[in-house]
Design a protein. Sequence first.
Length: 116
Amino acid sequence: NIKEDIHVGPLEISQQEIFDQFIEDNKNICALSQTKIGHTTLFQHQIPTGDHEPITSPAYRLKENDESYREAFIATINGVSSFSKYSKDSIDEEIEWYSSSNNSSTNNDNILSDEE
């Protein structure tokens, strides 16, 4: 019974009656379970591929701890051109410059002490 299978929380009597009527009026448009899902021709979509045939491949999950994926990802990151401002070496230099400029400050006038 679909009314027993759908849980919407506590409803007042008038709300429950409206809900029950809604379910009854629309029972032909909702699947009763995941296994009862069908196909429709009411809606269709197209993916524009230009002159190319559509490419299909089965869906798959990637293991979170897949070492080969991790290595490929790191290789991609490390493969950024050294001329790019986003290359690993450029970023390392920026971090080094920032760290050294903040640690070598001899002007203590701008630093608040615990007493202030």
